[in-house]
Design a protein around this ligand. Structure first.
Ligand code: FAD
Length: 301
């Protein structure tokens, strides 16, 4: 690691923090430190960082808003790359929008609506970045990223820049090629449709109201913990199993939405992992269904 740090120090890539607690960078407010956290100053610095990491063979992990990540208590070895300023540009051209990987997915949907562009209404309650949304093929209310993405600009782990079209992204339910091929989304272009501003705003307001009634916004959480099994809903199974309100340490199955786990104050990653395992075992033994986490567990175990 030392030769990398020495070269990094003179490379002027942006903000570099050592032993930085990641609880400050996840919506669960959980997570141990990253050995090194780099917040590149822009695209050029980010590509330079990736090339340096490749040259020195240092493991790295991108992070957006940390709204779908459980970082372990021991934290992440190697480098965590957080996309920030300089990667948050936005440009509307006709019915398309080109937007930086660090841009807020919620703000993007609001702006598109104000421009009278339809297609991103579903994103109004998904609190991640554009890069995280593309990686996850984030979706809600019957739509997802795969329906509107035209292409994504990606830096691969070698430092090579590529542009993947929707079909090259190999989207499936909460899946994209980036879960197999390592890279960072620098920018995404979405193909939207001209629509009626009032209708778009009304759809977004109704989705927001539905979420407000059914999701726990007051406590730190990470959205849905488990993927939905085929033809069923994880929340329904967990609720029916009587697990709402069930706790391990500071982690609790939300009393409002059974597929959410909330941090009631001092939850550790270990608490959440234990709770996830207990839920899985209960659902397996009661219904014979194996729940698969949607939340990504990262870091040293
Ligand atoms: P992170 O959690 O930071 O990262 C997720 C993964 O993406 C990690 O593997 C990370 O390495 C990778 N990644 C991040 N940025 C990049 C990048 N630029 N390039 C390549 N890889 C990257 N999700 C839904 O799909 N639908 C919902 O309705 C929904 N509702 C939610 C509600 C709440 C209250 C919360 C807290 C979460 C919800 N989520 C939902 C989950 C989450 O918001 C999405 O998965 C989101 O797309 C994650 O984006 P992020 O920037 O936070 O990614």
């Amino acid at each position: 690691m030392q030769p990398f740090i020495t070269e990094l120090t003179s490379a002027n890539v942006g903000k570099v923090l050592y032993n930085e607690p990641l609880a400050n960078y996840t919506t669960w407010k959980i997570g141990g430190p990253a050995d090194v956290l780099i917040i590149p100053g822009g695209k050029e610095q980010l590509v330079k960082t990736v090339k340096l990491l490749h040259k020195h063979g240092i493991p790295w992990t991108p992070i957006g808003k940390g709204s779908n990540m459980l970082v372990t208590d021991k934290g992440i070895r190697g480098v965590v790359i957080k996309l920030g300023e300089g990667m948050d540009h936005i440009q509307f051209t006709g019915d398309e929008v080109r937007v930086g990987g660090a841009y807020s997915f919620i703000t993007l949907s609001i702006k598109a609506g104000k421009e009278g562009l339809a297609g991103l209404e579903f994103a109004g309650g998904i609190p991640g970045t554009v890069g995280g949304a593309v990686y996850m093929n984030a979706g809600a209310h019957g739509s997802d990223v795969s329906r509107i993405l035209k292409e994504a600009e990606i830096v691969l782990e070698t430092g090579e820049l590529v542009r993947y079209t929707t079909s090259e992204m190999q989207f499936a339910y909460r899946h994209s090629i980036l879960q197999e091929v390592k890279g960072i989304v620098l920018e995404a272009t979405f193909q939207l449709e001209h629509g009626d501003r009032k209708e778009i705003a009304a759809a977004m307001a109704s989705y927001k109201e539905r979420r407000r009634k059914t999701q726990p916004y007051q406590l730190p959480c990470c959205g849905s913990v488990f993927r939905n099994p085929p033809n069923d809903f994880s929340a329904r199974l967990i609720q029916e199993a009587g697990l709402k309100g069930y706790r391990v340490g500071g982690a609790e199955v939300s009393t409002l939405h059974a597929n959410f786990i909330v941090n009631t104050g001092q939850a550790t990653a270990r608490d959440v992992l234990t709770l996830i395992e207990e839920i899985r075992q209960t659902i397996q033994s009661k219904y014979g269904i194996s729940l698969v986490p949607e939340v990504l567990v990262v870091g040293e175990r």
